[in-house]
Design a protein around this ligand. Structure first.
Ligand SMILES: NC(=O)c1ccc[n+]([C@@H]2O[C@H](COP(=O)([O-])OP(=O)(O)OC[C@H]3O[C@@H](n4cnc5c(N)ncnc54)[C@H](O)[C@@H]3O)[C@@H](O)[C@H]2O)c1
Length: 396
């Protein structure tokens, strides 16, 4: 592998932006990727000022169109290898398509975009141009999420009967958007967030956690989308009962009005032989419940294959990917770093003209993003029919 770091460009991230910060830490965490450019703000003058004030030197552009256009004329070793899109949902599709068309890989924030039309365009473009496309479902990057996936998909819990996948927050329990708070303001605006507020913002994380860990798909939903805070156009409380592709059942639920809950994402998977429980606020461990046995707690970096529950063979790639010994806690930024690390591997293969995976096993991909949008679309239809069971569309 070349030791030249990959060049990363940012779309969004100026003036008090939130999620750019964990990304920039994760991008720089291995020394093999670095941010070199950014179109950080919609107003070109402010975008350039923000780039000039960035904590280390980056090339500023007045817009992402300019950044993508200028890339064509740069010498090869200065060209962008991938862009990271950290703008509100309504500014995901356009820069992603333009970057792919210019031969730049895309790592995009979730949810994928605004609606099914955009989602279809993104999938078709990524497939046609064969460009790596990652979707930032952060929590898949926890070692414990990847370990849970191994446990469930190896059949160690038996048949999956029931899943409860949830994401509860309390920060929108009052009308925060009325104060002008930046992150709240666009999240409650259908033109900027899409057709679902809470469902799109965090329900999609709960759905992705279910799909990633179990390998199952949602086939039908019965959805209730509620708005508790008066005057809000979108749901702030989102509850779905789901049928799964193996005949099992699930709840995928989210709320932003549960005072006291911070980033309370978690999953319980009940199988015919046992149950697995994981919570993102304590991301270093999972608990396994087996009939008539003491509960087993597995910590990242401290598991013993062949212990009476785990098989003798646990993939070496999983066992070796602990980064830092157990007991020195990994958390949110490390999860993001694991996603960027895996994406970097695919981008390097792609640049070398080799086959790359981008198969959803290490980070979510554009098809996962499409499923997220299809789920929201189906929930909106079901909710309009007072929660009537509604089928998910066939995969794209
Ligand atoms: N994966 C996660 O855990 C996670 C967490 C938070 C947010 N997100 C997602 O990240 C995205 C951004 O959310 P946020 O909370 O950081 O929002 P934010 O409002 O804090 O930041 C958005 C940034 O985009 C910039 N922007 C808007 N339009 C632009 C344009 N045309 N050109 C350039 N910059 C532009 C804004 O100026 C701002 O810098 C959303 O899609 C959100 O759903 C994901």
């Amino acid at each position: 592998m070349s030791n030249k770091p990959l060049n990363v460009g940012l779309v969004g991230g100026g003036k008090g932006a939130f999620i750019v910060n964990p990304h920039q830490k994760a991008i720089h965490s291995d020394g093999t990727r670095r941010i070199v450019a950014g179109a950080l703000f919609p107003d070109p003058k402010i975008a350039l000022e923000e780039a000039a004030n960035w904590p280390y030197p980056i090339k500023g552009y007045g817009s992402y169109d300019e950044m993508i256009e200028a890339n064509k004329d740069l010498p090869d070793d200065e060209k962008l290898d991938y862009i990271v899109i950290v703008t509100p949902n309504f500014v995901h599709c356009d820069p992603a398509i333009k970057a792919m068309q210019a031969g730049i890989a895309v790592f995009c924030e979730k949810p994928l975009c605004l609606n099914m039309k955009e989602a279809g365009q993104l999938v078709r473009t990524a497939r046609k141009l064969n460009v790596p496309f990652g979707l930032a479902h952060t929590y898949l990057g926890h070692w414990t999420s990847q370990f849970s996936r191994f446990i469930v998909q190896s059949g160690l819990l038996g048949d999956v009967r029931w899943v409860d996948s949830y994401y509860l927050q309390g920060w929108l329990a009052s009308k925060l958007e009325a104060t002008g708070q930046q992150q709240a303001a666009w999240r409650v605006d259908p033109k900027k967030a899409g057709g679902s507020g809470c469902g799109g913002d965090i329900g999609t994380h709960a759905l992705m956690q279910l799909r990633y860990v179990t390998g199952l798909d949602v086939t039908k939903v019965s959805a209730q989308m509620e708005t508790f805070v008066e005057g809000r156009a979108l749901d702030d409380h989102f509850t779905t009962y789901c049928e799964l592709s193996n005949g099992g059942k699930a709840m995928v639920r989210a709320s932003q009005v549960c005072i006291g809950h911070k980033n309370d994402l978690g999953i319980t998977i009940a199988g015919s032989k046992g149950t697995l429980e994981w919570k993102q606020e304590e991301p270093e461990k999972i608990t396994i419940y087996l009939p008539d046995q003491p509960d087993r707690v597995y910590w990242r970096g401290a598991v013993s294959p062949g212990d009476g529950f785990l098989p003798k063979r646990v993939p070496a790639a999983l066992l070796d990917d602990v980064q830092i010994p157990a007991g020195h806690p990994e958390a949110f930024h490390d999860a993001y770093a694991r996603l960027h690390r895996a994406f970097e591997g695919d981008v390097r293969k792609w640049k070398a003209g080799k086959k790359f995976a981008c198969d959803g096993s290490k980070y979510a991909n554009v098809e996962d993003g499409w499923v997220g949008m299809a789920f929201l679309d189906t929930c909106i239809k079901s909710n309009k029919k007072k929660g009537a069971w509604t089928s998910m569309p066939k995969s794209i």
